[in-house]
Design a binder for this molecule. Structure first.
Ligand SMILES: O=C[C@H](O)[C@H](O)[C@H](O)COP(=O)(O)O
Length: 247
């Protein structure tokens, strides 16, 4: 790990620990996916094991479900009417208006489902994730395999350079989501109008979900060194220590 990577790992854990302070006894949680969420799930599991918190959760990926099980968080299966008190999840990029790019870990579909079904969606992230403009990170799409050629054509027409995701350890093998769909990473370099791009992508048949999350997150906890700032749309950033409960 380079010094930058270990600083980033520390910040992820710091943001996760800050989010844990706002989890209350009895909450039903949506558990996110990725390394920042894994730090949160691990800390949450420790609190559950220590008898400090009684909570239940549903995970946004099979990986997070396995981790939650390992650390002793009771899990709830999807069912009609299921709503979550709080969703905690990372992001690949976010701007000051809390527009997010998600799906770097391939879990965007379940993340969007559970975060839409949550009363409060709290983003946790290290300082590298907060950007002035979205788009440096390639925008992930979950795509039905049969639709792939047409989706690639359509993304190119929108000005993106699409790349079908492969498995890191074996670049000859296509990456599959938990739903067995393909992932396409779209390089736009800059996304000046995320709302417009989101609507354009939503109109392309065969895209099951796209990685722009707009209007879903209520607050973000951004760790910068040992400090944690709360970011909310239209409000000045404030230290997380100013809030005794969810901001
Ligand atoms: O599909 C993955 C999720 O959207 C993650 O929340 C996102 O990729 C951030 O992951 P990490 O916390 O590892 O940076």
């Amino acid at each position: 790990m380079t010094p930058d990577q270990s600083q980033q790992a520390l910040e992820k854990r710091t943001a996760a620990a800050a989010a844990l302070r706002w989890v209350r006894d009895g909450m039903l949680l949506s558990l996110g996916t990725g390394s920042t969420s894994a730090a949160f799930i691990t800390l949450l599991g420790e609190a559950v094991q220590a008898g400090q918190l009684r909570v239940q959760g549903t995970a946004t990926s099979l990986a997070s479900e396995n981790l939650a099980r390992q650390v002793g968080i009771p899990l709830v299966e999807p069912r009609r009417g299921l709503r979550f008190d709080l969703a905690v999840d990372g992001a690949d990029e976010l701007d000051a208006q809390l527009r997010l790019i998600k799906g770097g870990g391939g879990a965007l579909l379940r993340e969007k489902l559970l975060e839409t079904a949550s009363e409060y969606f709290l983003v946790i992230a290290d300082s590298t994730k907060l950007v002035p403009q979205l788009g440096r990170f390639p925008l992930p799409l979950e795509v039905v395999p049969f639709a792939l050629p047409w989706v690639l054509d359509a993304v190119e027409k929108l000005g993106g350079a699409p790349e079908v995701r492969t498995v890191k350890a074996d670049p000859n093998q296509l990456y599959r989501s938990d739903q067995n769909n393909l992932l396409v990473d779209c390089y736009f370099n800059a996304i000046p109008d995320p709302e417009r791009l989101m609507h354009q992508l939503q109109n392309i048949p065969g895209i099951v979900e796209q990685g722009l999350f707009i209007g879903l997150a209520k607050a973000a906890l951004i760790a910068n060194g040992a400090d944690v700032q709360v970011i909310r749309p239209g409000m000045a950033p404030a230290p997380a220590s100013d809030f005794a409960s969810l901001p």
